[in-house]
Write a protein that binds this ligand. Structure first.
Ligand code: ZN
Length: 664
């Protein structure tokens, strides 16, 4: 599981720093750079390890593009040819619109919005695109073949959503994502996996996790497994090669065994091997350098089963990790004192390891839009029996905070000076703590009742799970225990987090939604249902209100302590829903409080936001790692470079990591 940045809520001030965090801005996107603080202090061995693992992180890029839609690689190749070889006028409105369209497509690894999932509508004409193909020297035969892509790009009724979450529709048939072959229906997919579910397996594999489900000509369903010599095999072979090159540079044998197991899994596609790998990986806590590489998160599958490919390479931030270690050392205390029904609590919280890391490179579904915290593995029984590894990504959060400096968000949306001062003082700190609590304790807390199917919440599973982790964090960020542990400076600091959370869930996260649209993305749904549920249930006592000042809507929190009580109450209910697998309650909670948008408030928030000239979404350009070699070709150093531009990086990746055929 991952935590995404709330983005729009960030408004705290930061210290002076000359690193160029902010890069170009287009459509609703602000590109940033992140600083890999401490890279030069790594040993040569560790730098070399980072280098090969970062190559492995980039080799899987095409996999995600294809997972996001079956035409994406073909479209990317056509657009990039035009972008590089176009000989016409590059100053026209059509060309400018084309450029924005390509940049958005790069950003999303496909033609649908990375967050809202809706298809981009190009602002250039079909006639212009054909002319541009000709101008770029695309052959008549290739142009003929490309005709198939035109309705996919231009017709709003073709593949309108990448991941459709609209209640009542056939989520599989109506989603453009490539996790299911043409013609497979939701009922068929659910039936296929229901039939294969063993009656009572205390350690079930994550069924369907690493395959596409397709229908043969005779209507029979079967899985195409993502593995070497299987689907995506060409890219997986490259990943394996780089993992093998990385292996000798691991600091410990333990980590070498992690790599060996991952390679074995990539070769066989066997999900039992994947669970074995996950256990080895989560137990490897000593190594400074660490990585995720593989099919990991299931947010892109409307049924929440099939995992998108991602990678991150990182190393531990030893100083900041002291903070998360305090939390994980007290994990059992937090579990025991939570407001959850004892039947749903873990008697023995196992193996929660938590650290703050410095990201070195982002790949697949973590690039360019990324998480700020990760808690893995996702298998419920592995978490129950072995625990999980939890990370907060310090240098990315830091880059977000520094780029948001002076954005004007706080001034526009925070109700008064006292609250703004509170946020400026404690906002960054409590944000970090909330992320730590979410990742290292929230996701790891609680248990399913025996016999509860981990997939029973279906399309609502992700929003409920993220809400559960958020609520755990909200409840505890205000606990006196944190002051006692020295994590918060006083009993007031948490209020900054409560205010920004409610403000984001009720108002500012709406800047990411287009007028008339619902909230689709799981993390946004969870923030929305938590904030709206608390608003509604605190109404009679006026715990939280939406008030008007000079025609503008603001969040007003009258009773912070009572708000904490509400968060605790909802945490208990959400844990019950998860533990019992109560689908009807999950659906009711998410649909009532998490999905719909008040059009009046939405319009107002968009207007206020537009005047600030900010981008609601942010993503990162990767640094470039350049190995320095001696005459024998041995690596003697690895240099880091931050000057590569966004388009330059995307084109280089398309050239150097071009691992899959156009049609898979
Ligand atoms: Zn999460």
């Amino acid at each position: 599981m991952m935590i995404a940045t709330a983005g729009a809520a960030s408004q705290a001030l930061a210290q002076e720093d000359t690193f160029p965090y902010n890069n170009e801005q287009f459509a609703d996107i602000q590109m940033l750079r992140f600083k890999v603080e401490g890279f030069d202090d790594l040993t040569l061995r560790q730098k070399t390890l980072v280098y090969y693992l970062s190559e492995a992180a980039l080799q899987g890029r095409d996999i995600l593009w294809d997972q996001n839609g079956r035409y994406n690689l073909r479209i990317r190749r056509m657009l990039e040819t035009i972008y590089t070889d176009f000989k016409g006028d590059r100053t026209t409105a059509d060309y400018k619109a084309f450029e924005v369209y390509l940049k958005r497509t790069w950003f999303s690894s496909g033609i649908h919005h990375h967050y809202g999932s809706e298809k981009f509508q190009p602002a250039f004409s079909q006639a212009w695109l054909r002319e541009a193909e000709r101008s770029a020297g695309i052959s008549a035969a290739q142009m003929q073949a490309n005709e198939e892509l035109f309705p996919v790009i231009f017709d709003p009724s073709v593949m309108p959503m990448r991941t459709n979450q609209k209640d009542g529709e056939d989520l599989v048939l109506t989603s453009a994502g490539n996790y299911y072959g043409p013609g497979v229906t939701q009922a068929e997919a659910e039936e296929f996996y229901a039939q294969r579910k063993p009656a009572s397996d205390p350690r079930p594999i994550m069924m369907g996790y690493n395959s596409r489900l397709v229908k043969d000509e005779d209507g029979v369903l079967r899985e195409e497994v993502w593995r070497e010599h299987g689907l995506y095999g060409q890219a997986i072979t490259k990943i394996i090669e780089n993992l093998q090159q990385a292996r000798p540079y691991c600091d410990t044998e333990k980590q070498q065994r992690v790599i060996d197991k991952l390679i074995e899994y990539y070769r066989t596609g066997d999900l039992r091997t994947f669970d074995e790998y996950s256990i080895l990986w989560l137990k490897d806590t000593e190594d400074l350098v660490d990585f995720v590489n593989g099919f990991t998160e299931t947010y892109g599958d409307p049924l929440g089963m099939k995992a998108s490919w991602e990678s991150i390479v990182n190393f531990k931030d030893l100083e900041a990790t002291k903070r998360t270690e305090k939390l994980s050392q007290n994990a059992q205390w937090f579990e025991d004192h939570s407001p959850v029904d004892p039947r749903f609590k873990k008697e023995n919280v196992k193996g929660i390891s938590a650290k703050v890391i410095t990201a070195a490179i982002l790949g697949g579904d973590l690039y360019p839009s990324t998480a700020i915290g990760i808690n893995l593995p996702n298998s419920d029984w592995v978490r129950r029996d072995y625990g999980s590894k939890s990370v907060t990504i310090g240098n990315l959060t830091d880059a977000y905070n520094k780029s948001a400096r002076g954005s004007g968000m706080g001034k526009e949306f925070v109700i008064d000076k006292a609250t703004l001062e509170l946020i400026e003082k404690y906002g960054d700190l409590c944000d970090d703590l909330h992320t730590d609590l979410h990742e290292c304790l929230g996701h790891g807390s609680g248990k399913l009742l025996p016999g509860t199917d981990p997939d029973s919440l279906k399309a609502y599973g992700a929003a409920i799970e993220e809400g559960r982790a958020d609520l755990f964090g909200l409840y505890y960020v205000a606990d006196p225990k944190l002051v006692e542990l020295g994590l918060t400076p006083n009993a007031e600091a948490y209020k900054s987090q409560y205010y920004t959370y409610m403000q984001n869930g009720l108002l500012t996260q709406l800047v990411r939604i287009k007028p008339g649209q619902n909230i689709e993305e799981a993390h946004m749904r969870n923030r929305s249902f938590i904030a709206h549920w608390a608003l509604e249930h605190g109404k009679k006592d006026k715990v939280v209100e939406l008030v008007k000042k000079k025609g503008k809507t603001f969040v007003k929190i009258n009773d912070y302590e009572a708000l904490r009580g509400l968060f605790g109450q909802l945490l208990a209910e959400v844990q019950r829903i998860k533990s019992e697998g109560d689908y009807a309650a999950a659906r009711n909670l998410v649909e009532t409080y998490g999905v719909k948008v008040d059009p009046e408030i939405h319009r107002e928030v968009l207007e206020r936001y537009e005047r600030l000239n900010l981008s609601p979404y942010k993503g990162f350009i990767n640094p470039v790692y350049i190995p320095v070699r001696d005459a024998q070709g041995r690596i003697t150093d690895v240099k880091i470079d931050y000057t590569e531009g966004y388009a330059e990086q995307m084109l280089r990746y398309s050239r150097d990591y071009n691992n899959l055929p156009a049609i898979n």
